[in-house]
Design a protein around this ligand. Sequence first.
Ligand code: FAD
Length: 323
Amino acid sequence: MTRKVLVMGEWKEGSLRNVSFEAISAGKTIAEGGEVVGLLLGETVKPLAESLIHFGADRVVIVEDEQLAKYTTDAFSQALMAVIEKENPDAIVMGHTALGKDLSPKIAAKLDTGLISDVTSIEIEGGNVVFTRPIYSGKAFEKKIFTDEKIFVTIRPNNIPSLPKDETRTGDITSLSPEIKDLRTVVKEVVRKTSDGVDLSEAKVIVAGGRGVKSEEGFQVLQQLADVLGGAVGASRGACDAGYCDYSLQIGQTGKVVTPDLYIACGISGAIQHLAGMSNSKVIVAINKDPEANIFKVADYGIVGDLFEVVPLLTEEFKKLKV
Ligand code: FAD
């Protein structure tokens, strides 16, 4: 069965987030040969639209409005609902990001459809589109299908590979101008808590520190390794609670859920609540001076040692590889 799939792209500071391309790839699978329509909402998004086509969208709808310059549930849901009414897609896909987590339940309720969130893979099995998602904080996976014809999913970043970029692909970019009104919230200013750098939830490499890092200055040692690897720094709640770093870096059950290609855990004991946020990383390296630390149970590679000796050595060796 072919489907028309509407895929919402996401941008940040003038660039599309990788999850947009992964969502297009997910949309292609769900479409089963049908049409994949990209969607971008924002103040000025036209320059980004072509990229969605290069990564697999057949065409793109844009809604440009100054009220969409910064995300608000009210404005984005009005714009998205207008596009859904016009396009009447069989399926909707968006990222399981802060935006997607906020917007998708509201849209699902408005459409009176089901929603499968945090999807990590999609397969066509026996005529059904089967969605896999983690449950019990990543300790198990469940497979779900829609019994209704309408499909609505959010996909976890860094799990569904995007399609190769093809700059020869072309497609229509059309603009829609729905009325956006009666906004109950307005974002006046966005105050950045972390420095510029790689976005934790999309990072391919994460160097994470725990209470074993011992201080804010200790985190500089991790930052140097992350910089050499083009990655981001993350943290356990233990490190955040101790004031070594900002809570925006926290990974785990009550922090961010990440699935990088490489996760280097430094001075982290491996509490179940921390594992909930990182145990699905593709390769896990643990550095801990306690050989009995729980983190070694999930690690692919373990280094028993003092992180202040091991991490600078790794940084130096990776620097040599880059030369
Ligand atoms: P510790 O458990 O103190 O471990 C420090 C580790 O560093 C030890 O293993 C030690 O051997 C090692 N170490 C010390 N010095 C060195 C050195 N020089 N070199 C190498 N290794 C060294 N935690 C999270 O991380 N994320 C969450 O989202 C989260 N949510 C929670 C939700 C709830 C409801 C609760 C109750 C707890 C939650 N926690 C969460 C907290 C969690 O239970 C742990 O307390 C926390 O993860 C411990 O952090 P840690 O591993 O950094 O510290």
